[in-house]
Design a binder for this molecule. Structure first.
Ligand SMILES: [Zn+2]
Ligand SMILES: [Zn+2]
Length: 343
């Protein structure tokens, strides 16, 4: 039985973290207590800590995570995304959003924007202390989408599914055509290379850093460039760098009927010009993508379990939760695409 729980509580920009201990929470009906095995520092956690992105404080951050079910609340047993009963001892990941399933946005198939959404790693400590991955345990709300993690998949790799991986699955869902452009070869970009290549696309990457371009070739890209080139057109383009000035150039690189998916811009900044005549004549589509639906999380776990791509190489050595401040420094320095914390 759990008696002591530790959480790295983020106090706000410039205030940093403090480790708090607490006793095990009393679980409500349908709730689940998960012991964290691994949690990764995502780029948006960095934005939050550096004050570029609004987030409640104090709170427990961390929304890329994997853990083991330690206790179940009373009442109906939670079910996985494949409708299996969740059991104590299961190794699991869970969606970063928990939605009501009944509001107009849920009804439209946008549960990640539910009018009553609760977000893991993004909720005030007072209302829900154990909401994030940078802790020894997380208290899952009833109804949170949960996916089982196969034994073959290391926890730290599985953790990358819950933000980066599932976001890419959501972005490229239903993509058609032959040629794909991926802009930016960070964590999201490498996922995009791997998933699009498996779907049969010929993948080109725009990425200014030579080392990242080389790595993209090992994740399924067949051609890389340090930026836009005049003579290539793409059926689908996925913007994952967050570099706004590239957006008009990505639109200009679309083949007739092409689609530009924007998923990389997650903090405020200046607007960029769009040529509506070119979009009309090109039958172009530009679409934003943020977070994902439960099935995208399951698809990501299935994808990782079957993939031969070296995702584990993108992760740092595991660092203890107590060293979270240094871990954020390492993430900021780009020592690995994902710095991994273990409680
Ligand atoms: Zn809803
Ligand atoms: Zn994230």
């Amino acid at each position: 039985m759990v008696d002591r729980i530790r959480a790295a509580v983020w106090l706000g920009p410039a205030l940093g973290f403090e480790i708090r201990t607490l006793s095990a929470p009393e679980l409500g009906p349908g709730q689940t207590l998960v012991r964290i095995e691994s949690a990764c520092i995502c780029g948006s956690d960095l934005h939050t800590v550096e004050g570029r992105r609004e987030s409640p404080a104090p709170s427990v951050l961390g929304h890329e995570y994997c853990g083991v079910v330690e206790a179940l609340g009373p009442g109906p047993t939670p079910r996985t995304t494949l409708d299996e009963a969740v059991q104590v001892g299961d190794r699991v990941v869970w969606s970063i959003t928990d939605s009501c399933g009944e509001c107009t946005r849920c009804a439209r198939g946008l549960p990640q924007k539910c009018r009553h959404v609760a977000k893991y790693g993004h909720t005030a400590w007072e209302s829900w202390p154990l909401s994030g991955g940078f802790a020894s345990h997380v208290q899952l709300r009833a109804g949170t989408p949960i996916a089982l993690v196969p034994d073959s998949l290391p926890s730290a790799v599985a953790a990358t599914a819950t933000c980066a991986g599932a976001t890419i699955m959501a972005a490229v869902e239903g993509a058609t055509g032959e040629s794909a452009l991926v802009i930016g070869a960070g964590m999201l970009g490498l996922y995009a290379c791997a998933v699009l290549a498996e779907q049969g696309f010929e993948v080109t990457v725009w990425e200014p850093q030579a080392e990242r371009r080389r790595r993209a070739l090992r994740f399924g890209a067949t051609y890389t460039a340090d930026g836009p080139e005049a003579d290539r057109r793409f059926d689908i383009a996925v913007e994952l760098s967050g570099y706004r000035p590239i957006i008009p150039e990505a639109l200009a690189a679309l083949e007739i009927g092409g689609i530009l998916l924007l998923a990389g811009t997650v903090s405020p900044g200046p607007a960029v010009p769009v040529d509506p005549e070119a979009m009309v004549r090109g039958l172009s589509t530009m679409q934003g993508v943020h977070n994902y639906r439960p099935e995208h999380l399951q698809q990501t776990i299935d994808f990782l379990a079957a993939s031969d791509k070296p995702f584990a190489e993108l992760l740092s050595e595991s660092r203890p939760l107590a060293d979270i401040a240094a871990a954020f420094d390492a993430a900021r320095d780009g020592q690995a695409l994902r710095v991994v914390l273990v409680p």
